[in-house]
Design a protein around this ligand. Sequence first.
Ligand code: AMP
Length: 439
Amino acid sequence: MDIQGNILMERYELGRLLGQGTFAKVYYARNLTTGQSVAIKVIDKEKVLRVGLINQIKREISVMKRVRHPNILQLYEVMATKTKIYFALEYAKGGELFDKVANGKLKEQVARKYFQQLINAVDFCHSRGVYHRDLKPENLLLDENENLKVSDFGLSALAESKHQDGLLHTTCGTPAYVAPEVITRRGYDGDKADVWSCGVILYVLLAGYLPFHDSNLVEMYRKIGRSEFRFPNWFQPEVRKLLSRILDPNPVNRITIPKIKENSWFKKEKVSKEPSSEKASGSCSTYPADNQDSTKPPNMNAFDIISLSRGFDLTTLFEEHGKKTEARFTIWRRASVVITKLEEIGKSLGMKVSKREAGLLKLDAAKEGKKGMLSINAEIFELTPSLHLVEVKKSNGDTLEYQKVLNEGLRPALQDITWTSQADEQEQQEEIKQQDQCS
Ligand code: AMP
């Protein structure tokens, strides 16, 4: 684990434990550079690998990284070491929504505000093909302004595994929020299942207790399957009607999100679109598409950086050692300096260096190798004007010849201007060792 004292990856100072789930522990942390409070979720990679979910998680992370909504807990960055995956998440200072319900039911307009925010978040994610499938009290957090923040959106794979290996019944304790079609494992639509869970949540906010509850689990399943529940006498007719449409055991007949949004009870006292105005401005967005000038090195957003740079990279972590044909270097220099440096290195290695468009440099060997001419691409991406990521890839020739150039030529020559964390260095050493053994 790359935690030295209580410092993670030289970037975050870890504090108290905020909570714990099946796969993860969540800690309060502070970004050492900006001072920003964050929550660091630590996931045990072995556990996730054991249930065979790594690819799904990687895919879902890539979605999460691109969706932003004021009511969805923002994922700032993903880091990884050999054994752990770390998510740096927006810190929800207000804690869990359901701690509020523990003190009794909420007023109708307060419950409606949270429900509106929940539906808006769920709708936004559905429109981007992301389903939660495990909406439950622990996933509903509040920020310092009492705005709802849904957590774990996009990490439904983790929830899903609980179903696959049967853990749902034991570790989650209660399937109280899960739709009937999910319980019967007949295959289901993620959007319909999420709508059901939202209905259970609304009921709990207004009632102060669960709609489906029984100390006998089989009996509870039966009640969920038939949607057998009663309204307390303080539930108004309008909300009763809405809840009956949401808690329809037949997913085909269940009300859809667009229809919920048209509902008269839902529409009363509409929440403003941007609940925490300061943070939310322009935040209901996917990252903008690349607007890159073909002559400049392409820009990358923070998450591209994370997913490309070693030590923060999930993809490389699961690649087989010794088979890598690419390497990445994060360099604290301006683009012109990086280019000059690469040209110098190429020449010193007896290679021909030619500049191509959009920050691409080609390094070609002077003579034929075992498998033709060795040709290497070095692509430069601008992270900030004085920070660049150089991705080195073999485009032709023999892999062992390429690795020799990489490890004995490029790597040492770039060393003095490359940013590396201790974890990076360790991994590099191991990788070189493995490659030596293979050759
Ligand atoms: P999870 O594994 O996401 O269910 O997290 C376990 C618990 O940690 C939650 O129920 C919360 O109490 C706490 N927690 C998770 N994420 C955050 C966060 N971003 N801010 C504050 N507390 C959190």
